[in-house]
Ligand binder design. Structure first.
Ligand code: SAM
Length: 253
């Protein structure tokens, strides 16, 4: 259930539209049935279905108790920033990265990305779609926390925001990585250079057209690690999914 579905006193949850439909028509649950509900922000509740109002498409759930999340989040805070991609490739990455436990996904506007998202209505529509996909993928994979999908951000602004977050944020070990083919260290070297393990990783993957020299220079000047995934050039969506899976394997769970 989305956070806005929780009532003020947190004893009742109202499910509407597709969530109510899922409960009644797909799971075929009726009044009195027990369900476990995630609020999308990391909390989980044991609830009883108290009413189903078919005509208005609403289901009311009574919260019995808060329970410890059955499947806790990875100890690694892994954020992915991916250049905007053509067609449905970005959709695919949102789904897979959510399944793989990322905490934030940022669509990046880079020098050589073909998609520019100049029309704000188009941008808002696509971002709303990615947020819906993240919710679906979190539910499907049993995550109690839905990753944040940020608004599209320019590359230079993103690098600057990350620097500010590192300066102002809590004292956690951070590792910012920009993935680039034909350059940089591999993840084995990164692992030996960053010991003890980082707790917060930001992984950035470029567009079909690759990075400009200026973007690589900007990132490395700000202390980002340039990392290769091997000698083959991967499609951007493959690189993003592989990068997230490897980092989760090395540093999270
Ligand atoms: N033609 C582009 C070039 O030569 O720069 C290829 C860009 S590649 C399709 C898209 C993005 O995927 C790259 O910017 C990089 O972030 C990532 N990528 C692809 N293969 C990679 C590799 N072997 N190692 C690290 N990153 C890779």
């Amino acid at each position: 259930a989305r956070p806005e579905n929780f009532s003020a006193d947190e004893r009742l949850i109202t499910l509407a539209h597709e969530e109510a439909h899922h409960l009644c028509a797909v799971l075929r649950l009726r009044e009195g049935a027990e369900v476990f509900v995630f609020d999308g922000c990391g909390r989980e509740f044991r609830c009883i279905v108290s009413a189903i109002e078919k005509r208005s498409g609403i289901a009311l759930l009574k919260i019995e108790e808060e329970v410890l999340p059955t499947r806790p989040e990875s100890p690694l805070r892994l954020a992915l920033a991916l250049a905007l991609l053509k067609g449905e490739k970005f959709d695919l990455v949102v789904q897979k990265a959510t399944e793989l436990g990322v905490t934030r996904i940022t669509p990046l506007l880079t020098r050589f990305s073909d998609i520019k998202m100049a029309d704000p209505r188009d941008a808002a529509r696509r971002v709303a779609r990615w947020r819906r996909l993240a919710i679906e993928a979190a539910k499907q994979s049993g995550r109690a926390r839905v990753p944040e999908v940020a608004d599209p951000t320019g590359f230079a602004e993103f690098i600057e925001n990350e620097r500010r977050a590192a300066d102002e944020g809590e004292l956690a070990r951070r590792l910012p990585i920009i993935f680039a083919e034909r350059a940089g260290r591999d993840l084995r070297e990164i692992r030996s250079r960053h010991d003890p393990k980082p707790q917060i990783i930001t992984a950035v993957v470029g567009p079909e057209g690759g990075w400009s020299e200026e973007e690589i220079r900007q990132a490395s000047q700000k202390g980002w690690e340039i990392v290769t995934l091997g000698g083959r050039t991967l499609r951007a969506e493959t690189a993003a999914i592989v990068a997230v899976a490897l980092l989760q394997h090395l540093y999270g769970d």
